[in-house]
Design a protein around this ligand. Structure first.
Ligand SMILES: *Cc1c(COP(=O)(O)O)cnc(C)c1O
Length: 410
């Protein structure tokens, strides 16, 4: 977002005008920013065959999937529904890695039928899979290296109490299952969760996976998941992608020569590719001074952006209607009938009723986690490509809310 002649723009589009055209609340994304992020990753791992799979749960609009396909990424799908979306978006089945957690064998059978790559995350399913498909369908195995990524247990998935993956300490048993059923293990996977603070954590996980990989003789790729951190606040520690990229690439090349075969190095970033591309634009309904606090109440709530309430996530907020107004302190809150605070003690240019506020880092886990709570409509989405704003999801209507409800004529 740039301030040009006193007006905030995204890729050349005036954001206040955009809200006049598409109304609020509205999610808006910069396609250019997504392309820039894909490019950064592509350049960060010199000398290795890199495979990027966009983790589409972060932002699953089919147009974003199509755009990622144009940028040359594959897809990481965590449900059969995301697999279907990916196929509809035009991905070839072998460009899709299906990485579910705790699903039924029936759902895995459906994914096998679609021809996508399968990532298995527990021994029970591995046994059933082996018994059913033998070596006919190659698999990837999700290993939990028990590496704690970042400090937030709600969004880290590699620690000892985590439900994700097959424990590193169970690999001996995995080996037995693989041999017994002659399973073709073509990939090993780890995903330690969001918010890796430094290269050290990542590399420790990688070393464990390399050690494990030596015993799997048919590997084609190793997938190191995601966890690339982007800045949500000024001075946030972020993943230095070039630094970590070079270190991983070097170790991966060493590993491959030990392994005796050049494997592909895969990642499945979500947040890194789309978080910063997105802004969520809302309108101020009321400015309300209480004895303790100045509230700015907006036409949205935790139904549209749940991260602040669910994870205590910080989303920077800018009053894009009044860039030169004096700064005052606000609590920005939603309109849902329970506490839904977007941010406490935010210094904003004076907020007047009707002003448009922009939430930053709204591309990832924004609309994809939105709900109809309070029977509110989910917002519209706009994608800006080369300076042109495209509506990629219309705002819902009352018909959308009623669509799946069955009227029993009481
Ligand atoms: C959510 C998820 C990702 C993406 O995580 P980000 O933090 O958004 O990059 C990658 N892989 C798997 C298996 C996931 O569940």
């Amino acid at each position: 977002m740039q301030l040009i002649n006193g007006k905030y723009h995204l890729d050349g589009v005036d954001l206040i005008e955009l809200t006049q055209e598409f109304d609020t609340p509205v999610y808006v994304y910069s396609a250019n920013k997504m392309a820039e992020q894909v490019d950064k990753l592509n350049k960060a791992f010199p000398g290795v065959k890199l495979g990027l799979h966009y983790a589409c749960k972060a932002l699953s609009n089919i147009n974003v999937l199509r755009y990622m396909k144009k940028l040359g990424t594959g897809l990481d799908a965590v449900s059969i529904q995301e697999v279907w979306l990916g196929l509809k978006a035009g991905f070839e089945p072998d460009q899709i890695l299906y990485t579910p957690n705790g699903v039924s064998m029936e759902e895995i059978d459906m994914a096998v039928k679609e021809g996508v790559k399968i990532n298995i995350d527990n021994i029970s399913i591995l046994e059933q899979f082996g018994a059913k498909y033998g070596r006919k369908v190659p698999v990837c195995i999700r290993v939990n290296p028990h590496i704690m990524a970042g400090g937030n247990a709600k969004i880290s998935t590699g620690h000892i109490d985590s439900k994700f993956g097959i424990s590193y300490y169970q690999l001996r048993h995995v080996d037995r299952v693989v041999k017994l059923y002659d399973i073709n293990v073509e990939g090993l996977h780890m995903h330690t969760g969001s918010d890796i603070l430094d290269a050290e954590v990542f590399l420790r996980g990688a070393e464990l996976l390399f050690e494990a990989a030596i015993d799997f003789k048919e590997l084609k790729y190793m997938d190191f998941g995601s966890g690339f951190k982007v800045a949500y606040k000024e001075n946030d520690i972020t993943t230095d992608i070039n630094d970590i990229g070079h270190q991983i690439a070097e170790r991966f090349i060493n590993f491959c020569s030990k392994y005796g075969k050049e494997l592909e190095l895969w990642f499945e970033p979500g947040k890194f590719l789309v978080s910063e591309s997105g802004y969520f634009l809302v309108k101020t309904n009321v400015v309300k001074q209480t004895t303790s606090t100045m509230f700015a109440g907006v036409d949205s709530g935790l139904n549209h952006l749940i991260r602040p309430m669910l994870y205590d996530a910080y989303h920077k907020i800018t009053n894009i209607s009044n860039p030169s107004g004096v700064e005052r302190i606000y609590a920005v809150v939603g309109y849902i009938c329970e506490t839904d605070t977007f941010g406490w003690d935010r210094k904003l240019n004076e907020v007047r009723e009707g002003d448009i506020l922009a939430f930053h880092n709204a591309g990832a886990y924004g609309i994809s986690m939105a709900s109809n709570y309070n029977s509110r409509f989910r917002p519209a989405e706009v994608l800006i490509i080369d300076g042109k704003a495209h509506l990629i999801r219309r705002r819902e209507t009352i018909e959308d809310i009623l669509n799946t409800q069955v009227d029993i004529k009481l």
